[in-house]
Design a protein around this ligand. Structure first.
Ligand code: BTN
Length: 306
């Protein structure tokens, strides 16, 4: 009901009477009043006058009713340890495909290779639970699709040069603004679920603790709506996921990457390799040309420019 009331109020920049809202939405005026009162308590600026209600503005909080039109099963928590843990629990309890666990902040945000992910207020932290009907060997394409989609959404929404960096980071002006963590459970060749966690530095500023990082607010010089960014991303990403055609993901990803033709060091928990990044192959592996001219394929690791 909150989503329906907000949709109706947002379509008009004048006062709408309680009577009209109640007739259009098929509930009593008292019920309308109660929902509007609750929304006001939650930070929505809605004028209440004797003639009716007028929408003024909403807080940048990721309440689930803000995303109901996207067709996702939304779980929102003001604070969690890590959305990865909540998502894994939900997935094992058979939550539907296209579930997204969203947190206002995380107390134990996790990054790749056992690092932490700073998760203060103002950032965007979510994990999607996906159950694509694809073989295990193709599941990496889902994460390439997610980073590509996010880069494109950011470029379009903010007119900034967001680029993807192998394997799944987003950089603007060489600074990291988003990272992705992927966890997967499969039986034989069948993917049971993919939990794809994304952390985006939006209005938070991680650069004090992470000099190589920046945020969308620092880059654009203004507050960025987390709600709009997430709504646009979820809509776009689910559209492409439902098409289930991953044929062009890697070639499209390569058009938006900063990784190729750069000298890089790849670090995994076991080893390090250095070389010129010459390609990303159809399996998502980074192809390095080593100092002796030999080519080496790397399937997992952290990538640093040198
Ligand atoms: C990285 O670049 O190291 C990956 C960072 C992934 C962070 C996101 S925030 C939402 C989800 N929950 C976590 O604990 N981690 C991922």
């Amino acid at each position: 009901m909150k989503a329906r009331i907000l949709r109706k109020l947002r379509t008009q920049d004048t006062i709408i009477s309680g009577e009209e809202l109640s007739a259009t939405l098929g509930v009593s005026r008292v019920s309308i009043w109660k929902h509007i009162h609750k929304l006001q308590e939650l930070g929505y600026h809605i004028l209440s006058t004797p003639k009716g209600y007028q929408f003024i503005s909403s807080p940048d909080i990721l309440f689930p009713w803000e995303f109901v039109d996207q067709g996702w099963n939304i779980l929102y928590f003001p604070e969690v340890s890590s959305t990865m843990d909540v998502a894994r629990d939900q997935a094992r309890k058979h939550c539907p495909d296209f579930t997204v666990v969203i947190a206002g902040r995380q107390t134990k945000g996790r990054g790749r290779l056992n690092r932490r992910w700073l998760s203060d207020d103002g950032g965007l932290y979510f994990t999607m639970v996906l159950r694509p009907p694809i073989p295990l060997q193709l599941s990496f394409k889902v994460s390439f699709l997610a980073s590509l989609t996010l880069a494109k959404v950011i470029r379009k929404m903010l007119q900034i040069d967001a680029m993807v960096k192998w394997p799944n980071d987003i950089l603007v002006d060489e600074r990291k603004i988003s990272g992705m963590l992927v966890e997967l459970e499969a039986e034989a060749d069948r993917v049971f679920f993919i939990a794809l966690g994304m952390g985006i530095n939006v209005n938070n500023d991680p650069s004090g603790a992470e000099p190589g990082a920046s945020s969308l607010k620092k880059i654009t010089g203004r507050e960025v709506s987390r709600k709009d960014l997430l709504a646009r991303f979820l809509k776009e990403f689910s559209y492409w996921m439902k098409k289930a055609n991953f044929d062009h993901v890697i070639s499209e990803w390569k058009k938006h990457t900063v990784t190729l033709d750069r000298h890089v060091r790849i670090v995994t928990q076991q080893a390090e390799s250095e070389g010129l990044a010459v390609d990303v192959d159809e399996n998502g592996a980074l192809v390095l040309e080593l100092a002796d001219g030999e080519r080496k394929k790397i399937v997992y690791g952290d990538c640093f420019f040198i």
